[in-house]
Design a protein around this ligand. Structure first.
Ligand code: URA
Length: 227
């Protein structure tokens, strides 16, 4: 399908914001139609409730609110980050700050809107001063994330950043050694691709090209837009 000039201009702007000059097949970067919101199933409601009232680690004392996750409950891609930051803690939604804006652009660059994936974090509560999650916090929250993955049943998991990748894969090695290949997560061996955290990319834009390679690899494996 031929891209309209407005779509082409929008695509150029998105890739410019990612700092990437890309030649891609036309049609690949078209935005999908927005999903019609569906009512939550009882399982989702129960999980949302459990997360909202969770006191399994000390982070509940300092949070403004829990940050459950957002997106399509039937998404093909599940994006998993580290933990809420200050803005996420305020708004109750993951990736809404500057890093979130870049994450949205990264997703758009592979033709998918934020609302068509499911976005969650390893932790549902903000660690004070954005410090790294502690192992006991990750363990306390692991059941929530596991339940979310089971409910979404994604065809692909995109782990963004070192903390997400190391905890999901249980491999305490540098991110550079985890990206560039396809891993398998859990009993269903869900394909898992690792890429840089958008907050890191804001500080190190030279690595955006590698992030683009990661996203393209993920898209080749599983088209995030197919039902
Ligand atoms: N960084 C993350 O890893 N997750 C968020 O929700 C926000 C910033």
């Amino acid at each position: 399908m031929q891209a309209s000039s407005a779509t082409a201009a929008r695509r150029r702007r998105i890739l410019d914001e990612m700092g990437i000059a890309v030649w891609a097949r036309r049609g690949r970067l078209e935005a999908p139609p927005l999903e019609t919101p569906r009512p939550e199933t009882p399982d989702w409601q129960r999980l949302r409730e459990a997360v909202g009232h969770c006191t399994a680690c000390t982070l509940h004392r300092t949070r403004t609110q829990t940050v459950f996750g957002v997106g399509s409950p039937t998404a093909r891609w599940m994006v998993i980050g580290e933990a809420p930051g200050a803005e996420e803690d305020r708004q109750g939604e993951p990736f809404v700050g500057a890093a979130g804006k870049l994450l949205n652009e990264m997703l758009r660059a592979v033709g998918v809107e934020r609302g068509a994936v499911f976005i969650a974090n390893i932790l549902k509560c903000r660690p004070p001063n954005n410090r790294d999650p502690l192992p006991e916090e990750v363990s306390a929250c692991a059941g929530h994330l596991q339940a979310q993955i089971e409910l979404v049943a994604p065809a692909l998991i995109l782990a963004v950043g070192r903390i997400a990748a190391q905890n999901l894969l249980q491999e305490p090695v540098p991110l550079g050694r985890l990206r560039g290949r396809v891993h398998a997560w859990g009993a269903r061996a869900i394909p898992l691709v690792v890429t840089y955290h958008p907050a890191y990319l804001l500080r190190s834009p030279a690595d955006k090209r590698k992030a683009w390679d990661d996203l393209r690899m993920a898209r080749e494996l599983v088209d995030p837009r197919q039902p």
